[in-house]
Ligand binder design. Structure first.
Ligand SMILES: Cc1ncc(COP(=O)(O)O)c(C=O)c1O
Length: 387
C-alpha cells in the first residue's frame, strides 16, 4: 500500500452540483441546446472579457470550428498555417483535414510557447495567413512580440487556450488575446461540463459564421441582422429558412445539460485557478534543481507541473509504484508523432525534441494539497536526474 495516491486529474463536479443537476433534470423539458447554453455563453464571454462566446461539445470541436470558419469568413489569404510543434493533436489535425499546408514551429525554452526566432523565420519564408498558439500547461506565450511579428507579416493569430483557462497575460485572459480562442471543459481541465468546449471572440462576423457552421450551416442561431441579410441575399422565405444552409457545416453543438454544469463550475473557476497557481509555485520551490517553466507578465492557471529529466521511464515507474500518476509533457513534438512521420517524415526541432525525449509533467488539480506536493516532490527527487 502506498502512503497516499496523487491522481493526475480529479473531478471538479461536486456532489452538490450533481444533486442540483438531478433536480434540474426532473424539472426541465429542454435538454438540447437552448436558453441555458446562451446563458452560459454570455457568462463565459463576460469572464473572458470578449464580446462573444460559443459553446461546443469539446476543445477539439472548438479548434475545428475556428479553423474552418476563418476560411469560410474570408479571413485567410492562403491555406498556410504555423502550428507549435509542442501542442495537441487536435490543435493541428483540423488544418491537416482541411487541406492546409502546416509548418511546425519550435518552442521557446522558457514558456514552451512558440520560439520567436523560428516564428519569424517561418513567417518570412512561408508567408502563412494564420498562426495558432497553444499556451502550454497554462503558460501564456509572449503575446506582445508575437503580435508585432505577425502584424509585420500580415498573419492572423488565434489561440488554443485549452490548457490555460484562467491564465492571464498583462491582465487579460488567455483566449482573449487574439482573434479567437478555444477552451476545453473535459474532465481533468480547469472546469468540466463532462465533455465540452467553447470559443471566445470579439469579432461579429466570425461569430455569426461560427454559429452557423456549429449547427449544420443553417442560420437559426445567427444574430438577426446577419440572418436577415443572408436570407435577402439568397431570396429565401421564412419557411425555406428552416432548412437553408449557408455553409457546408458540422454539428458541434453541446446541450443545456452541459451548460447547466458549466454555469455552476464557472462560479468556482477563480478559486480553482488560484489553487492551481499556488500548487505550481509549491512544486517550483520544492524542486529547485529541476527546470521550471516560466512566462512573462503572467498569472498562470497551471494545468500541470512540467519539467525535464534524463531518466523519464524510471521516474514514471517509481512514481506510479508510490501511487503518483504522471505523464509525458503533453504530446512532445508533433514532428515526431507517427501520423506526422507517415506523411512528412521526422521533423527535428531543438527544444520540441527535448520536450519529446525528456519532458514529463507532475499532477496539478484543485484537490491537490501542499502535503500531496511534498509527497510527490520527495519521491520524484529520490530518483529523477535533472537534464
Ligand atoms: C492544447 C489542447 N487543445 C485541445 C485539446 C482537446 O480538448 P478536448 O479533449 O476537449 O477535445 C486539449 C486536450 O487536452 C489540449 O490540451
Amino acid at each position: 500500500m502506498c502512503a497516499r495516491t496523487v491522481k493526475l486529474a480529479d473531478n471538479t463536479i461536486s456532489q452538490e452540483e450533481i444533486a442540483s443537476l438531478a433536480t434540474w433534470l426532473q424539472q426541465n423539458q429542454q435538454l438540447t441546446k437552448g436558453p441555458l447554453t446562451r446563458q452560459f455563453e454570455a457568462e463565459f464571454a463576460a469572464y473572458s472579457g470578449t464580446k462573444y462566446s460559443i459553446m461546443v461539445n469539446s476543445g477539439s470541436s472548438a479548434n475545428l470550428l475556428m479553423a474552418y470558419s476563418l476560411g469560410e469568413a474570408g479571413y485567410l489569404r492562403n491555406k498556410k498555417v504555423i502550428v507549435p510543434a509542442v501542442s495537441w493533436i487536435t490543435t493541428l489535425s483540423p488544418f491537416i483535414q482541411l487541406g492546409f499546408e502546416c509548418f511546425l514551429c519550435d518552442s521557446d525554452p522558457q514558456d514552451l510557447g512558440v520560439d520567436l526566432n523560428h516564428l519569424e523565420e517561418l513567417l518570412k519564408k512561408e508567408r502563412p495567413a494564420l498562426l495558432i498558439l497553444v499556451h502550454i500547461l497554462g503558460h501564456p506565450n509572449q503575446m506582445e512580440a508575437i503580435h508585432r511579428l505577425c502584424a509585420q507579416y500580415d498573419c492572423r493569430v488565434i489561440e488554443d487556450a485549452c490548457e490555460a483557462l484562467g491564465s492571464e497575460y498583462q491582465g487579460k485572459k488567455t483566449g482573449a488575446l487574439s482573434l479567437a480562442g478555444s477552451f476545453s471543459f473535459y474532465y481533468g481541465h480547469h472546469i468540466s461540463t463532462i465533455e465540452g468546449g467553447a470559443i471566445t471572440t470579439s469579432d461579429a462576423k466570425l461569430y455569426s459564421v461560427m454559429l452557423s457552421i456549429r449547427s449544420h450551416g443553417w442560420s437559426r442561431d445567427v444574430p438577426d441582422a446577419d440572418r436577415q441579410a443572408w436570407r435577402e441575399e439568397y431570396k429565401i422565405d421564412e419557411f425555406r429558412e428552416f432548412y437553408s444552409f449557408y455553409y457546408a457545416g458540422y454539428n458541434l453543438r453541446s446541450s443545456d445539460l452541459n451548460a447547466y454544469l458549466g454555469s455552476n463550475q464557472l462560479k468556482r473557476l477563480d478559486a480553482i485557478a488560484k489553487i492551481r497557481g499556488r500548487n505550481f509555485e509549491l512544486y517550483r520551490q520544492a524542486l529547485p534543481e529541476f527546470w521550471s517553466q516560466s512566462s512573462q507578465h503572467s498569472f498562470v492557471s497551471s494545468f500541470a507541473y512540467g519539467t525535464f529529466v534524463k531518466n523519464r521511464l524510471e521516474v514514471a515507474r517509481h512514481l506510479l509504484a508510490q501511487g503518483i500518476e504522471c505523464r509525458p509533457l503533453v504530446c512532445g513534438s508533433m514532428g515526431r508523432q507517427p501520423f506526422w512521420i507517415k506523411r512528412f517524415g521526422v521533423t527535428r526541432l531543438k527544444v520540441a525534441d527535448q520536450v519529446h525525449d525528456f519532458g514529463l509533467y507532475l499532477p496539478n488539480h484543485a484537490n491537490i494539497t501542499p502535503e500531496d506536493i511534498a509527497y510527490v516532490a520527495q519521491h520524484f527527487r529520490s530518483v529523477a536526474v535533472p537534464l
